[in-house]
Design a protein around this ligand. Sequence first.
Ligand code: GUN
Length: 291
Amino acid sequence: MAEIINGKKIAAQVRAEVAAGVTARVEAGLSQPGLATVLVGENPASEVYVRMKQKAATKAGINSFDVRLPTDISQEGLEKEVTALNARADVHGILVQLPLPDGLDEERVLGVIDVNKDVDGFHPLNIGRLAQKGRKPLFVPATPDGVIYLLEHIGTEMEGAEVVVLGRSNIVGMPVALLLVERNATVTICHSRTRQLPEVCRRADILIAAVGRPEMVKKDWVMPGAVVIDVGTNRVDDDTKEKGYRLVGDVAFDEVSEVAGAISPSPGGVGPMTIAMLLRNTLKAAELGDG
Ligand code: GUN
């Protein structure tokens, strides 16, 4: 049976470290870190995520600023809001929740965020640095950063490892692949056109699933002893639940945990880490602002 990677517990430790860092700052007479979340429109999943981020920020002693904007806001209107946050001394980190409603140009909005406040690491400059050898982004996107943290935490050797990343999204697949290349792993990125997907996955010492397809990764896709990180969070219908759905990952957890060496569950794996890494980035942004 696989080691179950307890993301909830590991994230709680990171959050406690951030909270201690915030307390130390404030006691030293420095500013209290502030995080502004920008949510455009009414995507129910995004609303849940943003609320969780705000709650966790407050609990860590970080000021949380809630910016809610209507679905029909113009590109200029949204950019103006972000520019106003850039100018505020009490806002150290700015997060624009993705996806944006149709019609808004995501790349342009992300490019307007002050790079020193880009706690999500999605500013083109930070992503560009991530993609280039020897260049360090100021901030690394939270979910990929959380994946790496989990791998390090359980002592996974990344150097020279065969890693397969399922998914090539801007938010997870691509940046996590770049972070692993930086750690000298041999990385294969799979996507909807990949041929013989199960065979390719079975080569992996480390398999990272970030495609958003419920329980797609089966037992026979996984090399015995491999480390499996499940980034997926999918809603599937379930009449036995009050909400009418339950959350499952991209990995068929029960069967895969029979063969994997270690596995992160979903929920309870990468999800909590995303929030913890965002808080860490916000503290770092406040520290950058000091000097
Ligand atoms: N949508 C899904 N994940 C994320 C994330 O980490 N940050 C933002 N801003 N939007 C997201």
